[in-house]
Design a protein around this ligand. Structure first.
Ligand SMILES: [Zn+2]
Length: 203
């Protein structure tokens, strides 16, 4: 997963406003149309989105308050466009979409050949076929601590790495782990949470 430094900086810079935007209905779709078309008549925007104008009005007002959109009266109509800030924010959002939330097949496409795995009592062994043809064996431990179950990757020394995310994204492996947890009455600790807990404990 590579995010260009410039995009990353934009995402950080606007993270607060992006969080606000995600709470506004249809906000990203409105921004996308304005980004592509430049100035747009509010009636045409509603028609293109197949939404009632009054439904969109509230979202548009909120986007104006955030400095994303500007409204101008022209003749009898209202013309909308993105502000410079709005364009930058939209670009940052589209980078997040492109790099951070693709479905798991896309995300793990370089690990597509991780097809062989064996689930031993407490280890999941993954064969990872590297682009140059080499095979890399990765052992991920199923760690049980009291009633809590974590995954720990020996290759990465991590509770939250690509291998672990691959395992949780893999329907068959996921099912097997859920079954194991259920049988032994264990609580599953998600990768991000496990990593945070381990960092806190080591301080
Ligand atoms: Zn790993």
């Amino acid at each position: 997963m590579k995010i260009k430094k410039k995009s990353y900086n934009a995402i950080c810079k606007y993270q607060h406003v992006i969080r606000e935007i995600t709470k506004i209905p249809h906000a990203v779709a409105i921004m996308e149309i304005l980004y592509e078309e430049g100035e747009t008549n509010i009636g045409l925007l509603a028609a293109r989105m197949k939404k009632n104008y009054y439904l969109l009005k509230k979202s548009i007002q909120k986007l104006e308050e955030l400095g994303i959109i500007v409204e101008k009266e022209r003749g009898k109509g209202i013309i909308l466009s993105l502000t410079d800030r709005g364009k930058e924010v939209y670009e940052a959002i589209s980078k997040i979409d492109a790099t951070m939330s693709p479905d798991w097949k896309e995300r793990f496409k370089h690990m597509r050949a991780m097809v062989h795995f064996n689930m031993y009592e407490n280890t999941i062994r993954i064969s990872e076929y590297l682009p140059d043809g080499r095979e890399n064996i990765v052992d991920v431990d199923i760690t049980i601590n009291g009633r809590r179950m974590y995954l720990y990757c020996e290759a990465c020394g991590s509770f939250n790495c690509e291998h672990i995310n691959f395992i949780w994204s893999h329907p068959k492996l996921r099912r097997a782990l859920l079954k194991k947890a259920q049988e032994k009455h264990l609580i599953i600790v998600e990768p991000e949470q496990a990593e945070n807990e381990m960092n806190e404990n080591s301080i």
